[in-house]
Design a binder for this molecule. Structure first.
Ligand SMILES: [Zn+2]
Length: 406
């Protein structure tokens, strides 16, 4: 590395360590920010000489990044931004901290994918899905797909690993000459009813989809989820035992194996590594308290609510909703989500906007009880499993409350 980059990298590590010592999170954003101030090419310099995979999409990228890093670990040390700092400052910090590793797997915010591709020259890019992150951002889905498409067309040497079930992702990925398709399902269809190529309606039959006005259609997937395992491109089936819940995470595992395969990892080698991944940035964390086994699921947008219902067991469930700045102030998205899968479960609700949720559940025919606090919810639940599904700041509140007690 050039001297300037060495200095910048060292200062970046120190700043991150100081920030951690001061109790201000993991320090990766400030560390990266300072490093890039000293050497604007620092990310490029740190990426040079490493074989890199980027993972992007609206949902599932933190988990898929973790699983991919685990699978690539078969080959040697892997640098990764495991705290979910997924913008260039976070990438810079993660690579500076890791020192020289032959591999890196980086979670990338979908808005920054083109820039991070330019700066890191990845070997592989995984495209998971595209949906609205908040209600007022629905327009962004098509714009994002266009941005990805342009970036991939500009870098034809990248191996793209893309979700065949998401029409927006498919349209972006076909700009690349090297695409491996995986099938991870798409529960949320509301942002892809219209073809991004020609504007005609998209028709869906079972898991298949096709545009009614142009040749865009679902490509055949080489990596698929079957029962509780993954089918690889050779037709070999691998039992996948995860400590993460739901078929959503099996799909993430299939994606991770597909990406690792681009680096030469065989599925039989990668699969055992996936079982070692437990909680990801506090998500899916299980905590014992007063005889209750409490599991935390983060649901940050309409698509991820549907996924959380899939991951949660048929057990008493606490839903918590806030509408603070990071959550978006508008709660009308509640009407985009079908809560009926919760019928038949004992449902408790809490959070700043519990009353908005109450109205929504009433309309959806889901019986519920309101509790004022998380502690009250625990008291109201019989010993055994309690599933907690919360949006962003509500999730942070509950984690903070659990940390205080434990
Ligand atoms: Zn079309």
């Amino acid at each position: 590395m050039p001297l300037r980059a060495k200095v910048a990298s060292s200062v970046s590590r120190t700043a991150a360590a100081l920030s951690r010592a001061a109790g201000r999170g993991d320090g990766s954003v400030i560390g990266g920010w300072i490093g890039l101030k000293i050497d604007p090419d620092l990310l490029r310099n740190l990426a040079a000489g490493r074989a890199i995979a980027l993972v992007s999409g609206t949902n599932g990228k933190t988990t898929t990044t973790r699983l991919t890093a685990a699978a690539l670990g078969v080959l040697g040390p892997v640098a990764t931004n495991s705290f979910g700092a997924n913008m260039p400052t976070g990438h810079t910090s993660a690579l500076a901290k890791a020192g020289a590793t032959p591999f890196a797997v980086l979670e990338v915010d979908e808005h920054y994918l083109d820039r991070v591709i330019d700066e890191t020259t990845p070997r592989a890019v995984a495209l998971l899905n595209l949906s609205r992150d908040q209600l007022d951002r629905a327009q962004e889905v098509a714009m994002m797909a266009q941005k990805w498409r342009t970036a991939l067309a500009d870098h034809p040497d990248i191996r793209v690993v893309a979700n065949a079930d998401d029409p927006m992702v498919v349209w972006a990925a076909i700009a690349s000459p090297h695409v491996t398709w995986f099938s991870a399902g798409q529960r949320w269809h509301d942002d892809s009813w219209v073809c991004p190529e020609c504007g005609s309606p998209i028709e869906r039959v079972g898991g298949d989809w096709r545009c009614t006005g142009c040749p865009l259609r679902r490509p055949a997937a080489q990596w698929t989820v079957e029962d509780d395992g993954v089918l690889d491109p050779n037709g070999d089936w691998h039992l996948v035992k995860l400590q993460l819940p739901g078929t959503v995470n099996l799909g993430n595992a299939a994606t991770a194996l597909a990406v690792a395969a681009e680096f030469g990892v065989r599925a039989v080698e990668g699969v055992p590594r996936l079982a070692a991944v437990t909680s990801v940035a506090g998500r899916y964390a299980q905590v014992e308290r007063d005889g209750r086994n409490i599991r935390l699921l983060l649901a940050k947008n309409p698509a991820s609510w549907l996924e959380a219902f899939d991951m949660a067991d048929e057990a008493p469930t606490l839903l918590s909703i806030n509408a603070r700045d990071p959550d978006g102030f508008d709660t009308s998205w509640l009407y985009d989500v079908d809560f009926s899968p919760l019928r038949g479960r004992s449902v408790l609700i809490t959070g700043d906007r519990a009353y908005d949720l109450a109205v929504r559940l009433e309309v959806n025919g889901v019986p519920f009880r309101h509790v004022r606090t998380f502690t009250e919810a625990v008291r109201e639940t019989p010993p055994g499993r309690l599933e907690v599904i919360a949006n962003y700041t509500a999730f942070q509140d509950i984690r903070a409350e659990l940390d205080r007690v434990n």
